[in-house]
Structures are given as structure tokens and as C-alpha cells.
Design a protein around this ligand. Structure first.
Ligand code: HEC
Ligand code: HEC
Length: 396
């Protein structure tokens, strides 16, 4: 059964987004006014990325978006770029449990990878934003992340730098810098970060040698006894391991006292009809997750099912980075999640043997690859090195 806000959100998405062109199946799309169409390297059967009609993908926009993604001048003190937290050398995440913004501020949530993000809707752990174009404004003006006072300041910062001129001309036909062009080109770059050539993907494409026996047993568990695919949906047409839906697993019970928070919120909800507005922006209540977007009881403590593409490269795990390794994640599911009043009914103790846990970890590792398909990974790593400094140790 579909809840009303979800249905509304879906209708909105349908209105805003069309699944854009993958492979050569693109006759129904308008050609871009300027530039060369960017065709993603994904298997023909794979789902199409969500691309709004108003922002068709071109190579020139992706090139401009790439430079902006590594641009530290988009933060107040010019120290933080998108790539500071979504670092190509760290699987497009940051390796931290919670993100670190300007002035060393530590946020409340863990940084997700943005590999294959063009195929996943809605965005953020709580799904509060639909399109990447809209999302890109968030971190730039978030006081704890990049901290610019407004998007007009972002436009002014980009205008200061002459080296952007030819890139704007190539992408948009003239050198005008606007909010829409900044976010549109960053979104295009993000959509180009596909990764669909993991050992698991190659096995699914028919290469029997690409997967070990452990991986093959792990996949059987994933779809069977371990119940993973009930939420991390998978088939060859939607190979991104998410139902694009929200579930309470009780992660925050341990570190953030979720149960007390739930009782407090329930009591408040009885007295205060406008409970979301009251709680919004109060850091302590961030753990309520999807509830802060919909106000529905069943969304209390629920989070988006994340994609598992590249998951071996993006520890630590979960929205608060509280689980350190993939083995910890598997142990967590084996326990049946963390008990609380809103725990998703799908979770239950799994009684996995040690060998079965090893097989699941082998599978999760096989979901991962070390590079993106549409850009040269070495080039992106070199850009990160230049913009952010050396890593200290090699990531891979
Ligand atoms: C200070 C670290 C930081 C910076 C800088 C940052 N992000 Fe993020 N990003 C995060 C965190 C943390 C989240 C998850 C927040 C949430 O869900 O509430 C996130 C979420 C996202 C998502 C949604 C991913 C998903 O799975 O739903 C996208 C897309 C994204 N960021 C793109 C960007 C872009 C583009 C920029 C630059 C304009 C940027 N980020 C800058 C930390 C950062
Ligand atoms: C009830 C739906 C559901 C089931 C069943 C489920 N997951 Fe998840 N999974 C989620 C949600 C929701 C999250 C995010 C939870 C959070 O951050 O609090 C998640 C997070 C994860 C993560 C962390 C990803 C990251 O980037 O941090 C991994 C790994 C994972 N799940 C693997 C599995 C495996 C393996 C199984 C089967 C043993 C499984 N999941 C079963 C919904 C589910």
C-alpha cells in the first residue's frame, strides 16, 4: 500500500524527471541545444538514470561540473570542495563516520558514495530532495558543510575565476554564470559517475569466472535466507540494490538513544500538530530520519535503503557511520537489527553460520570496483590530489 506523501512525491518525480538515455535507446530525447550528448557506459538492460528534460547530459557540462566539484572556492573559507567529502580516492565518500565541514565542524550523518547516484531516487539518507540539481545547493549553503551565505555568492566566486570562461562557453554557448548552470553541470558530472563493472556485474553478464564460489553462495543467501534483497532489490534492469524506500533498522538505538527519542517525539506529536516544524533543524532529533520529512509515525527512525555499489570502499557504514566493517553489518542483520517500537517487520534473527557470514561479506566485496566508467579514475584521483592534497596512504 502506498502512503500519500510517497505517492505525491512519486507523481512529482514523474513530472520532473524522465529516465534519460542509456546506451542507444535515446530517440525520445530532445538533442541538447549546445554541446555533445553524453551517453553513459552502462549495460543496455540497466535502468536509465533520472535526468530532467531541462538538463540533458552533455560532455561539456560534465567537464564543467567536474571542475566545480573539485572547487574549494565554493566554500566560505575556500578549504572545502564537494570532493573533500566525496573523494574519488575514497570511493566517493570520506572514510569518516560523520562528515567534516568548514572550521572542522562535524556533521550528524555519514557521507554516502555518489557512484551510480544518477540511478537512485530520492536523495539523502532521509530522501528529502528529489533531483541532483536541487541537491547541489544544499552543501554549498549549509553552514556546517561549505557555508556560503547564499547561491549568489557561489556565482560571484565562480565569476572571479577566468579559467571557467571557456568551460561555460563550451557547455552553455556563452560565459554567463548562473545558479542553474552551476548546479546543472555538477549534477551532470555526478550522473556520469557510473560503476557497473564490478566482479559481481561481470558474473551477472555471463562471465562465470568473475565470481568465486563464495560470492555465488553469498548471492543465494542475499536473495534467500538472509533476506537482503527484500530491501536491497536487485535484478539486471535495476542493478543498484535499493528499493528506493525507507526502513527502520534501529541503528541509532545504541549510540543516540533512539528509544527515548521515539517516546519523546510520540508525546510531543500528541500535543503539537506541527511537530516536524518544531523538530526541524534540532540536531538531537536528526535521528528520527524520514519522519522529519513526512511526519508519518511509520517513518520514525527510518532511512533510505542505500545502494550497495562499491560498498567495500566506503566504510564505515550506516547513516551514522556506526558500523566499522562489512562483517559488523552482517552481524547486525544476523541479530535481526536493533529492537525498537518501529523496527521494520522484515528484519528478524537470521541464524547465519560463520561460513554463511563469510559468503555474504565476499558478495558485498564483489559488488565493488575501483573506478568509475565515464571518467578516467586516474585523472580524477590526480585532480583530488591537486585540490585536496595527498592522502597520506594509498586508498586502494
Ligand atoms: C562536509 C562534507 C560534504 C560536502 C562538502 C558535500 N557533501 Fe554531499 N553529502 C554529505 C553527507 C553527510 C551526505 C548525507 C546527508 C544526509 O543524508 O542528510 C551527503 C549527501 C550527498 C548526496 C546524496 C547521496 C545519496 O545517496 O542520497 C549527493 C548527491 C551529494 N551529497 C553531492 C554533493 C555535492 C554535489 C557537493 C558539492 C556541491 C557535496 N555533496 C558536498 C557530505 C558532504
Ligand atoms: C528492511 C530492509 C533491509 C534489509 C532486509 C536489509 N537492508 Fe541493508 N540497509 C537498509 C537500510 C534502511 C540501510 C540504512 C540504515 C541506516 O543507515 O540506519 C541499510 C544499510 C546497509 C548497508 C550499509 C551501506 C552504507 O553505505 O552505509 C549495508 C552494507 C547493507 N545494508 C547490507 C545488507 C545486507 C548484507 C543485508 C542482508 C543480510 C541487508 N542489508 C538487509 C535496508 C535493509
Amino acid at each position: 500500500m502506498m502512503r500519500r506523501p510517497v505517492l505525491l512525491a512519486l507523481l512529482l518525480l514523474l513530472a520532473l524527471a524522465v529516465r534519460g538515455a542509456a546506451a542507444d535507446d535515446d530517440d525520445d530525447d530532445d538533442p541538447p541545444a549546445v554541446g555533445t550528448r553524453l551517453v553513459l557506459k552502462v549495460p543496455k538492460a540497466a535502468a536509465r538514470p533520472y535526468v530532467p528534460r531541462t538538463n540533458p547530459m552533455t560532455k561539456e557540462k560534465a567537464a564543467l561540473g567536474k571542475k566545480l566539484f573539485f572547487e574549494k572556492a565554493l566554500s566560505l573559507d575556500r578549504t572545502i570542495a564537494c570532493a573533500s567529502c566525496h573523494d574519488p580516492r575514497k570511493g566517493y565518500a570520506d572514510g569518516r563516520d560523520r562528515a567534516k565541514g568548514i572550521n572542522g565542524q562535524i556533521g550528524v550523518r555519514s557521507t554516502p558514495t555518489i557512484l551510480n547516484i544518477g540511478f537512485v531516487q530520492p536523495l539523502f539518507w532521509d530522501g528529502r530532495v528529489g533531483m541532483l540539481e536541487e541537491q547541489a545547493k544544499g552543501p554549498i549553503t549549509n553552514p556546517g558543510e561549505m557555508g556560503l551565505p547564499d547561491m549568489e555568492t557561489a556565482v560571484a566566486r565562480v565569476k572571479e575565476d577566468q579559467s571557467y570562461e571557456p568551460l561555460f562557453v563550451a557547455a552553455y554557448g556563452d560565459r554567463g554564470v548562473t545558479v542553474e548552470r552551476i548546479t546543472g553541470s555538477i549534477a551532470t558530472f555526478e550522473r556520469s559517475l557510473t560503476a557497473v563493472d564490478s566482479p559481481f556485474d561481470r558474473w551477472q553478464e555471463g562471465d562465470e569466472a568473475a565470481a568465486s564460489d563464495a560470492v555465488k553462495r553469498g548471492f543465494k543467501l542475499f536473495r534467500g535466507k538472509a533476506r537482503c534483497s527484500r530491501c536491497h532489490s536487485y535484478d539486471q534492469t535495476t542493478p543498484f540494490f535499493t528499493d528506493e524506500s525507507f526502513h527502520n533498522e534501529g541503528i541509532a538505538v545504541v549510540r543516540s538513544g533512539l528509544n527515548a527519542l521515539l517516546r519523546e517525539t510520540e508525546a510531543l506529536k500528541k500535543k503539537d500538530v506541527n511537530v516536524i516544524a518544531t523538530l526541524a533543524g534540532k540536531e538531537r532529533f536528526s535521528e528520527l530520519g524520514r519522519f522529519l520529512v513526512t511526519g508519518n509515525r511509520q517513518d520514525l527512525g527510518a532511512w533510505k535503503t542505500p545502494s550497495l555499489s562499491n560498498v567495500a570502499n566506503t566504510a564505515p557504514y550506516m547513516h551514522d557511520g556506526s558500523l566499522k566493517t562489512l562483517r559488523d553489518v552482517v552481524d547486525f542483520y544476523d541479530r535481526g537489527g536493533n529492537a525498537n517500537a518501529f523496527l521494520d517487520g522484515t528484519l528478524r534473527p537470521l541464524r547465519l553460520t560463520d561460513a554463511e557470514k563469510d559468503d555474504l561479506v565476499a558478495l558485498l566485496e564483489a559488488f565493488s570496483q575501483k573506478r568509475s566508467e565515464n571518467f578516467d579514475q586516474k585523472e580524477l584521483e590526480a585532480l583530488a590530489e591537486k585540490a585536496l592534497g595527498p592522502l597520506g596512504r594509498r586508498w586502494f
